[in-house]
Ligand binder design. Structure first.
Ligand SMILES: NC(=O)c1ccc[n+]([C@@H]2O[C@H](COP(=O)([O-])OP(=O)(O)OC[C@H]3O[C@@H](n4cnc5c(N)ncnc54)[C@H](OP(=O)(O)O)[C@@H]3O)[C@@H](O)[C@H]2O)c1
Length: 277
């Protein structure tokens, strides 16, 4: 397996497939992270809220892969965006991971009651303190991106958002691009709803690939960085093998048409008012 391509944004070099870890716990998480890294993954996605940073760190150490060869991202929750709480959360994340810094630190969800100057200020301070190589955001809408960029002192290298064939995210993709940000695509196989979907299965068959691989390839060709999660080694391998085939323009158009399904998988009570297609 050749090296995974990287997406560059404001000096960050982000491997174009990441390993999602939400819901992975205990020994399953340690084993999955270790196996994924040994298989060739070099980008890990965790969060303070996932409650698995200790296991992600342990998996990193057990893998034998050099720290500097791994791109690790964690996140600070919307409840912890005031400066004191922000540094408490980040301190806990670094202690859990047993790392002096992360490669990417994100605001996990915005808190509408805290001005961007304060929350983004705390985020930027973490970078200035050497605790994060790069900083970015997650779940930001077009308006939020513009407002955050207006006050940030450091480049926001990515917006981590829900992207897969069943949702139209054109507006937020365009605004992220306008700011030179990478888009990290979460729930890239729509949390299990991609396997079995007729169009994806049919296109996959034509390339000798699975529906999940078609979804991930669609995201790669749209310039995104998918971060699929799996505890199944066969799926892990499959999810990395998306750089050896191309979807045609006609296939991309057919997949793009599925955006009209308008299926948003993740929208908790603290979610913002999302951009409409
Ligand atoms: N920033 C945010 O607010 C946010 C929100 C949600 C998620 N995320 C991040 O994004 C990551 C991915 O999202 P997700 O975990 O919710 O959903 P996902 O990756 O779209 O879907 C995960 C599900 O798909 C299955 N799967 C994985 N690969 C497969 C394959 N090749 N074939 C068939 N089934 C497959 C997995 O089951 P098996 O284990 O059986 O393979 C699992 O049930 C998360 O882990 C997290 O790191 C971030």
């Amino acid at each position: 397996m050749s090296a995974i391509p990287v997406v560059e944004a404001h000096g960050a070099r982000i491997p174009q497939i990441g390993f999602g870890t939400m819901t992975l716990k205990g020994d399953v998480c340690v084993g999955a992270v270790k196996t994924a890294l040994q298989m060739g993954y070099r980008h890990l996605d965790t969060a303070w809220f996932y409650g698995n940073e200790k296991e992600v760190g342990e998996g990193m150490r057990q893998s034998g892969i050099k720290r500097e060869d791994i791109f690790v991202c964690t996140k600070v929750r919307e409840t912890h965006l005031m400066p004191d709480k922000f540094s408490q959360s980040l301190g806990e994340s670094l202690a859990n991971l047993k790392l002096p810094y992360v490669d990417l630190l994100l605001i996990h969800w915005n808190n509408k009651d805290i001005p961007f100057k304060t929350s983004v200020g705390a985020l930027c301070q973490a970078k200035k303190d050497g605790l994060a190589k790069h900083v970015g955001v997650a779940n930001f809408t077009t308006t939020m991106l513009d407002e955050a960029w207006a006050v940030t002192s450091e480049p926001l290298v990515c917006n981590q958002i829900e992207v897969h064939p069943f949702i139209n995210q054109d507006k937020v993709l365009a605004t992220s691009k306008k700011h030179g940000m990478a888009v990290v695509a979460y729930v890239p196989i729509a949390r299990g709803k991609v396997p079995g979907a007729e169009v994806l299965e049919r296109i996959g068959k034509a390339h000798g690939k699975s529906a999940a691989q078609v979804s991930l390839r669609y995201l790669v060709q749209r310039g995104c960085i998918p971060i699929p999660r799996t505890a199944t080694p066969a799926h892990m391998k499959e999810n990395m093998e998306v750089f050896d085939f191309n979807l045609s323009d006609a296939e991309m158009t057919e997949l793009k048409a599925l955006n009209a399904t308008n299926m948003r998988v993740v929208s908790p009570p603290h979610a913002p008012v999302w951009d409409t297609p």
